[in-house]
Write a protein that binds this ligand. Structure first.
Ligand SMILES: Nc1ncnc2c1ncn2[C@@H]1O[C@H](COP(=O)(O)OP(=O)(O)OP(=O)(O)O)[C@@H](O)[C@H]1O
Length: 262
């Protein structure tokens, strides 16, 4: 049985001086209100790979903006994260994002939900910083000035403006992670999934990425082993052996996790 918690919708992020706001301004649109929080509905989800049952009957409704997923190695966290934008489709059950079914409406879900991988090298595909970040706009119907404005806004926001002509693969680990985040956010997804975004980073770069996540106006679901990262989140899900074994505000959920790991 998963613990039942009555959640209130609240916004824990403080900064609204975000790329989202900047880019809309740069592109000539309205600024002001952040997007509504994304509704994630997961009903009776099982995930099997060959004989292995990796997720065993997950039922969740998520409407908070900052949600962390923690748990032991191999407990199913990344698989869960991949379900949220249709990278993995459930063996049984349904995943809905703002009413869209990941199995049936996969393309629309992918447009809505961005995914930042643990290792930015897997996400960086173009030679220069500017080309790489602009790639996400390829499928969108934008005019050349709109494209240029979005690229400039996102590069400036993540401190990459001066590096725009540089080889993306020559960036530092932290700069690469920020580039990977920029490459996802330039498409303005409603929700962003991060799979262990700070694992490969030193303290300074981990802090930069944590700040980038904290500033997002969108919903963010973050898989992490970095418990400090999630202290100010709205909700923490603790996974163990494919099940959600605690689902609570950070201090209570993290206490439950630490007790399990002893
Ligand atoms: N595509 C796949 N095919 C087969 N098995 C898989 C696949 N993806 C994940 N698994 C298995 O599912 C289990 C859960 O993996 P997952 O990556 O979701 O765990 P995790 O909690 O994110 O682990 P970690 O903290 O180590 O990153 C593991 O045993 C893994 O080997």
């Amino acid at each position: 049985m998963q613990p039942k918690v009555k959640w209130s919708t609240k916004m824990s992020y403080s900064s609204v001086a975000t790329f989202h706001t900047c880019a809309q301004g740069a592109a000539g649109g309205e600024i002001l209100s952040p997007p509504a929080a994304t509704r994630i509905e997961i009903s009776s989800v099982f995930q099997r790979f060959a004989e292995a049952e990796v997720l065993c009957g997950i039922d969740l409704e998520v409407t908070q903006r900052r949600v962390a997923v923690v748990g032991a190695n191999g407990s199913g966290k990344s698989t869960f994260a991949r379900l949220l934008n249709g990278l993995v489709l459930p063996s049984a059950g349904t995943v809905r994002i703002d009413g869209l079914c990941t199995a049936r409406d996969t393309k629309a879900v992918r447009r809505k939900v961005g995914f930042v991988f643990q290792n930015p090298d897997t996400q960086i595909v173009f030679p220069t910083v500017e080309e790489d970040v602009a790639f996400g706009l390829k499928g969108l119907k934008l005019s050349a000035p709109e494209r240029a404005a979005r690229v400039e806004a996102v590069l400036d926001h993540y401190g990459l403006g001066a590096l725009r002509g540089q080889s993306a693969h020559k960036l530092s680990g932290g700069q690469k992670q920020l580039l990977a985040i920029a490459g996802v956010l330039i498409t303005k997804p409603d929700c962003v999934i991060f799979d262990e975004p700070t694992t490969l980073l030193d303290l300074r770069n981990a802090r930069k990425v944590a700040q980038a996540i904290a500033e997002l106006p969108q919903t963010a679901v973050v898989v992490t082993h970095d418990l400090g990262l999630v202290a100010a989140f709205d909700r923490v899900l603790v996974f163990d052996k494919g099940r959600v074994v605690a689902d609570d505000v950070p201090n209570r959920a993290l206490d439950a996790y630490v007790r399990r790991m002893q």
